[in-house]
Design a protein around this ligand. Sequence first.
Ligand SMILES: *Cc1c(COP(=O)(O)O)cnc(C)c1O
Length: 472
Amino acid sequence: MMHQTDLQSRMYDEMRSGRIFEQVQNYALQYLNEVFDRHVFPTEEALNHLKRFDEDLPESSSEADEVLAFLNQYGAPATLAQVGGRYFGFVNGSVVPAGLAAKHLATYWDQNSGMQVSSPIASTLETTVEKWLTQLFELPDHTAAGFVSGTSTANLCGLAAARYRLLKKQNWDVNEQGLWGAPPLRIVTGKHAHSSLIKAISLMGFGKNNIEWVEVDEQGRIIAEQVPELDEYTILALQAGNVNSGAFDPFEPLCEKARKSGAWVHIDGAFGLWAAATESLKHLTKGLSKATSWAVDGHKTLNTPYDSGIILCADQEALVSALHFSASYILESKERDGLFYTPEMSRRARIIELWATMKYLGREGIDEMVSGLHERAVQFALSIQQVDGFLVLNEVVFNQVLVRCESDELTQRVIDRVQKLRECWVGGSSWEGHKVIRISVCSWATTSEDIQRSVASFEQAMREERLRGLLS
Ligand SMILES: *Cc1c(COP(=O)(O)O)cnc(C)c1O
């Protein structure tokens, strides 16, 4: 008889009997059954119950089924119904069922996708999806992909590759010599660059004060004529999808200009890069393939589960050198070792759900889903315009709609009221110095009816706020 501690034998039993896995499976199925119809934001009661999690670490171990029952009872109601069709906050996507199910399966596998020897399946799928993405976005052959947690990290990796390459061209090895005394690099970007790019610039040691900011037009697009002279010391960071308006920078002339001067172009395409995978919206990304690196999310427009981002880089050597890794026990296989393409060593195999989502949808499915987000956004804009008191501020070129009311104060009150009604969820932002409501259509699940219900909720919020204004 093998000697097992009490805890060990209980855990063996939990693993083998499968009871707790069936238990959470039932919770999960019940959740999916309700999530499309339930209120989008947690109720006050659900939020109040969160206090129950504020406790000291238990002294001793407890029953697994009780831990899970507790989590489900108080955790599930305190979630945002983001999986459903009426969550329009930030730019958060839902989940394609096949991707969610694949993630579920992969959870049990618990793979480390750092190296081929630590997970042959992850290594193989990363190789396949790298090729798929390169073809789908029509990027240069041999474009390398790193599978990271999101576009924030992907932006960081793109800038790291750029920094490596541009300094190397000046005979400076940043890995060996560091930044002190290095030839200065320039960083040029638009005034509407995403905050995660700015964070990456800080982390890379470029210094925010050194950014050469370029003016943008009324949609937030970089004005090409205002971009300064570029040279081989310069990183030009462009954007596919302005986080507020959804607008795309003019890639064609700028990538051309950069190419002539030896500058590196990095494109933050967190949600917008997927326009390149559609027939109807592809025109927005014209010239995009002439950049050097691209950052994109799976978890936004493609609706993979969190967390899924990708760095794509046409200069594979620069990417791998920037994220290089050396340790005596690293086994370099002929196959792909993921750790050479990302900042981390150990990583969960998020490639599994990305692969499953793309395999399930195929080219046509991706096109249909992404175009559908655009169509629903246009529907929202057209409908809300019919409602007295709302003004649409942007050209709805992709999935983002910006709306404001008569005053900033009323706009804020309407946002608060819409959030309280819980029929849908939208957040606020600022645009041209004004408070605005930002509607991001990012869920495959959103139907025309969801849009109608949400617009009706906006109408109700406006009515109630105006009435309150009259009464007070
Ligand atoms: C969301 C977003 C990011 C950050 O991506 P994460 O996946 O949240 O890290 C960067 N840029 C743009 C334009 C975005 O919309």
